[in-house]
Design a protein around this ligand. Structure first.
Ligand SMILES: C[S@@+](CC[C@H](N)C(=O)[O-])C[C@H]1O[C@@H](n2cnc3c(N)ncnc32)[C@H](O)[C@@H]1O
Length: 293
């Protein structure tokens, strides 16, 4: 029997004077000016590319990228809570036959202005097909840079544990004497391992390399990331009820990830058509949850 449920559109909510679960059309620079300090738990975003898809996404010349981005990043810092995290998915493009340094320049400038560059995750696009140019191979990874305001950051590491994997069956079968005690890294990194600690465990912590396919649900926006990418960071850095901001929300991927994980979202995009696309995707997603949930 087919059961009909009424179409439930996402409802905005007010919390501490700010509107949540909302997609706002505008330049994030102007929109964020209206938000109070320290109100966001996590920012996850993939910004407009440097000088690519200029007509569609308003790309910026690589030499001007840092100057364009910094006033916006200053506001990201202001609205982010001291315990919050900013994840920036970015990859430097090739310009005049070599990699441009705008990502490196951006990191250095952000550090000068007080950001901590805590970590760099690599998103390995595991379904990329091979290819080449005369002097390089095809890109199959992007950076996900982690920035913080302080060293005391909310991080829920257990939320992203992974299955231990088949390797453990053979590796743990016969333990050597060294495996039974903490073995310090010979590279003096401060890391050490006691292999016997893995006995009887079926889940372990992941590394900072995220193997995710590039499959994206929205075919009408050509610069989307897969929903698994923001979802992973949302689980790692927030709890249900926390607030997630994507200041360059595009087709709404981060907002969908946040909503389906029980977090609040704020999404901003300059293009009215992308805002509409994001709102529709959120509504469709809610409808699917309504139907199957
Ligand atoms: C790389 S795309 C983001 C795609 C998104 N992650 C997704 O999965 O759909 C960057 C987006 O930033 C938007 N954009 C460019 N300049 C902006 C600005 N100043 N403020 C807000 N959005 C902007 C573009 O319209 C584009 O949709």
């Amino acid at each position: 029997m087919l059961i009909w449920y009424p179409r439930r559109l996402p409802q905005s909510t007010m919390k501490n004077g700010i509107k949540l679960d909302t997609i706002i059309c505008g330049d994030c620079l102007d929109v964020l000016h209206q938000y109070p300090n320290n109100c966001i738990d996590l920012i996850v975003t993939s910004p407009p590319y440097a000088d690519r898809r200029k007509n569609t996404y308003g790309g910026i010349h690589p030499d001007k990228y840092v100057g364009w981005f910094m006033p916006r990043i200053e506001d990201f810092r202001r609205v982010l809570k001291p315990t919050g995290t900013f994840i920036l998915n970015i990859k430097e493009r090739v310009y005049n036959g070599e990699r441009h340094t705008y990502v490196i320049d951006l990191i250095l400038e952000m550090r000068k202005r007080g950001w901590l560059w805590t970590e760099e995750f690599i998103w390995h696009k595991k379904n990329c097909y091979p290819g080449k140019w005369p002097n390089r191979f095809r890109d199959a990874w992007e950076r996900c840079l982690q920035f913080n305001k302080t060293k005391k950051v909310n991080m829920y590491q257990k939320a992203v544990m992974v299955p231990v994997g088949d390797w453990a069956k053979t590796r743990l079968r016969n333990l050597s004497e060294t495996d039974l005690r903490r073995d310090e890294s010979r590279a003096m990194s401060g890391f050490g391992k006691n292999v016997s600690n893995w006995l009887g465990r079926n889940r372990v912590y992941p590394t900072n390399v995220l193997h995710m396919a590039t499959t994206c649900t929205n075919k009408n926006h050509s610069a989307t990331f897969p929903v698994e990418l923001p979802s992973w960071f949302i689980k790692l850095f927030t709890l249900p009820g926390d607030v997630v901001l994507d200041p360059f929300v595009g087709s709404g991927t981060t907002a969908i990830a946040a909503k389906s994980l029980g977090r609040f979202y704020i999404g901003i995009d300059t293009k009215a058509e992308f805002c509409e696309m994001a709102r529709k995707a959120l509504a469709d997603d809610m409808e699917a949850l309504n139907f199957y949930g």
